[in-house]
Write a protein that binds this ligand. Sequence first.
Ligand code: SF4
Length: 317
Amino acid sequence: MTNEAKMIAYGPVPSRRLGQSLGINNIPPKICTYSCIYCQIGRTLNMNVNQQAFYKPKEMLKDVKNKVKDAKSKKEPIDYLAFVPDGEPTLDINLAEEIGVLSSLGIKIAVITNASLLWKKDVRDALCKADWVSLKIDAVNPDIWRRIDRPYKSLKLEKILEGISEFSQIFNGDLVTETMLIQDVNDSVKELENVADFISGLNPKKSYISIPIRPPAEKWVKPVDEHRINMAYQIFKEKDIDVEYLIGYEGNTFAFTGNVESDLLSITSVHPMRKDGVNNFLTKAKSDWSIIEKLIKENKLVELEYGGNKFYMRKLL
Ligand code: SF4
């Protein structure tokens, strides 16, 4: 095994979307088709759209096998082998073969891709071998897309969106989408409605709205505030999309404890609760509204308005 190959697998790490996942870094840092303004690994130094071979699938299998063995000996569960590299995973020409050999381990396979190469049939075919695929859809307006994702110059959004739609029709696994919201870039009502329209046509299992929670590539980038997140959430919901937000509470979400306060924070860290929903929850928990006032006062919960209704959401980190 080469030194490089030893670096391929990492974890397992906890993730809200995938449970315990063993990460697979199949791309050397940082080769990508995009240079997103919010990228947490900085600007893309090597922008590329040409697929290449980086590691030998057999070396990858060996490395992953070792990590799986390690985890088993420590009794750490692994729910997914997840391709989450420091770049764009579909730039790896061996992706289909790698997913094929890794499948022999009997663990589900996930790929988080920016979707920019889905206009290529071989990329769609490779991703079809995975069990769970997350596609980035930050914008459907070409100008906004260029501003936020800063794509390689030859990429065309129209072709990418067509490829995404085609993929959604042939993929048998769990398809999810992720939309990063950046203040004054892609957070207008019009763009959010158009993005939601497009996503609803894909019929994803889940659609995530996220904000940058680590320092972005460009210092001027600002995440949207709770009001905008709630607005985006409601716009997606109106299109019948199963939507959640990812705002940085990976660890304890959905850990129902029976403690009213922490359960409320846990629920509202994933989606806002409407006032009547909060009332129902409090009644069931034999509690009252004073707990909401306390959490607002402590700056842990925020009250928001949308469409004439009041919503409650966990305060951003
Ligand atoms: S697609 Fe991902 S890795 Fe590439 S620049 Fe954007 S955020 Fe960074």
